[in-house]
Design a binder for this molecule. Structure first.
Ligand SMILES: [Zn+2]
Length: 82
């Protein structure tokens, strides 16, 4: 599969179906993952689009699931519980 135009995805110019295809691609392509992360970083600095906050939250969840699928319980969390 060839890599999608992340800039258009990032700017919200894609249709729902196209955006969904990009999301699925992102889950399988480390290159695009990294590239989009960089786009977000640049945009966060520039405060360019408000709607990207929502998109970013969505994508962060996606990334978290990808890189950290089942967050382990932290045993020390309940310290002093008894
Ligand atoms: Zn890609």
């Amino acid at each position: 599969m060839s890599c999608p135009d992340l800039a258009r995805f990032f700017d919200g110019e894609l249709s729902d179906a196209e955006a969904e295809a990009v999301r699925q691609h992102l889950a399988t392509c480390e290159l695009c993952d990294a590239a989009l992360a960089m786009l977000f970083e640049l945009d966060v600095v520039g405060h360019r689009h408000n709607r990207l906050v929502e998109m970013e939250a969505e994508l962060r969840q996606l990334w978290r699931r990808k890189f950290n699928p089942t967050p382990p319980e932290e045993p020390w969390e309940g310290e002093g519980d008894e």
